[in-house]
Design a protein around this ligand. Structure first.
Ligand code: SF4
Length: 91
């Protein structure tokens, strides 16, 4: 017997994805300069010890994440293109 129930739509799970760059912080290289936080405050913050931590990969677009990494005086932030697997910064 055919069901009279309306077809249930599949749940749509939306993940916020801005860009393709992944950032990582090398803790030993971080000197707490905080320029990364100033440029990309939705991606970077400092922990209690003044070491940069990553709040979210999707807080800013690729260009902003790259600018933040390039602003780091010790090159403590590594940027990787998740599509190609290539390291974008430092070169
Ligand atoms: S800019 Fe570099 S040194 Fe400064 S807080 Fe960010 S990761 Fe650390």
């Amino acid at each position: 017997m055919p069901s009279t129930q309306p077809k249930k739509k599949p749940a749509v799970v939306q993940t916020k994805q801005i860009g393709k760059y992944k950032v990582e912080v090398i803790n030993e290289k971080c000197i707490s300069a905080a320029s990364c936080v100033a440029i990309a405050p939705k991606v970077f913050d400092l922990d209690e010890e003044g070491i940069a931590i990553i709040l979210s990969q999707d807080g800013e677009d690729d260009e902003t994440k790259l600018l933040a990494a390039q602003s780091c005086p010790t090159a403590a932030i590594i940027v990787t293109d998740t599509e190609t697997g290539e390291q974008v910064w430092p070169r």
